[in-house]
Design a protein around this ligand. Sequence first.
Ligand code: G1P
Length: 306
Amino acid sequence: MIRKAVLPVAGLGTRFLPASKAIPKEMLTLVDKPVIQHVVEEAIAAGITEIILVTHGAKKAIEDHFDVHYELENELELRGKTALLKQLRSILPEGIRVISIRQGRALGLGHAILCAREVIGNEPFAVLLPDVLVDNFGLINSLGQPKTDLACMSQRFTKTGLTQILVDAVPQENVDQYGIVVLKEANDKKATNLAAGESKPIKAMIEKPTIDQAPSNLAIVGRYVLPPRIFELLAKTKVGAGNEIQLTDALDTLLQESGAEAYRMQGQTYDCGSKLGYLHATLIHALRHPEVKEDFRALINNLPEA
Ligand code: G1P
């Protein structure tokens, strides 16, 4: 069972300025819940009990969101607002710990993960990139319980001991925005030979290749289950694409050493680090929100022509 997860949240969110000047981009809300809370809930649903935020001094609001707000709770209690109080307390369910570590310098995703080394210690762990929202709404297992992609990856790691990397096919013209993997058995560039929910061995991976160089269109989506050996490899990894220490480069070494598998997503992702992805996620969550979904649907059905 994987118990710990690293969430790198130190990025300054320049794609979301001016909104992200004083508010961390991870605190932008989908209706009434910050994006980061959705990601933490995804981790908890996969059995994670220790969340490690690799963060920056300008992003204290994230730590505050997962802390107890005693005055607010007291006030709600006095006013008898029990439903709100319950909601507030459920942000961090009992038994779940949030720990934060500072990433003083912006040296890349690989460096951010390395910052969590002492807290993770010698055990496998998950990584969730908080820009990406993985939506497993409606997916259930044979016992009728919700089943998430991260939970499936964690189970697969526990069974095989092999690194699991969440991937999905992206349009060929977008391959330069992602880490790209090529499967051992790949025989064409379309990478259709990996079914949703299936894991297969990776032959190689490359961070943000040019469109011509890309060995496939199978992109790393932002969820990983990794062994602690990755820390030793990250410590030796030289700067790569974008002049940053890249997790993908250390993973490429790891896979030559001990193998790694690509797990293909069953759900759907929204890139909440981009304006359109964020709007898409907002739309979907508003259409599901128990309080506003009906009125919101009526509202979008009656939008005037722009
Ligand atoms: C990171 C990873 C990349 C991955 C992407 C997914 O890149 O380095 O391999 O495909 O996340 O969102 P970033 O988007 O942080 O530049």
